[in-house]
Design a protein around this ligand. Structure first.
Ligand SMILES: [Zn+2]
Length: 169
């Protein structure tokens, strides 16, 4: 098999890291799901994990799914998911063909900016060092969500620092 799947062609949200050839592409259905979930929990924050895979040369990440946490704590300026209940889902996704992996986190900032908070920065650093999730360069999508506006901010922990992707229109 190999080649592109139809999922990969229906991307609607694309990012590129300046001065690199790293890209991240979100499938249309994934964006709809995140926005629906975010709106239904508004004005509290909500989020979950990003599932997908990199292309053969590890330059382009395709986000195929989100997995919603079963247990979480949230307020208008706070969100924390628990890992409980997610492990088996990740094992199942890994067994699929093609294998899908944990690539990072997403959450909303209701009426807020798409900049990472101190907590968000610490989360990314912790994830890159975590032995539970085997990912050295975790992604974090932050969705600034208000009744009239939606903005996206995508970050990666790379070369020992948080770097911001540029959204491609
Ligand atoms: Zn945040």
């Amino acid at each position: 098999m190999g080649g592109r799947t139809s999922n990969e062609l229906k991307t609607v949200l694309k990012f590129k890291l300046a001065n690199t050839d790293l890209q991240v592409k979100f499938q249309k259905a994934v964006v709809s799901q995140m926005l629906n979930k975010g709106k239904s929990h508004y004005p509290n924050e909500f989020g979950g994990i990003l599932i997908g895979r990199y292309d053969e040369i590890r330059k382009v990440a395709y986000i195929h799914y989100i997995v919603n946490p079963k247990h979480f704590k949230a307020s208008p300026a706070f969100f924390q998911r628990e890992t409980k209940g997610l492990e088996q889902k990740l094992i199942d996704l890994h067994k699929q063909t093609p294998s899908l992996y944990y690539l990072g986190e997403w959450h909303t900032h209701p009426n807020g900016s798409t900049s990472p908070s101190t907590t968000d920065i610490n989360t990314l650093i912790t994830l890159s060092k975590s032995e539970q999730v085997s990912i050295d360069n975790p992604l974090m999508l932050i969705i600034g969500l208000s009744p009239s506006k939606i903005n996206f901010g995508l970050y990666i922990y790379l070369d020992q620092k948080i770097q911001k992707y540029e959204q491609q229109h």
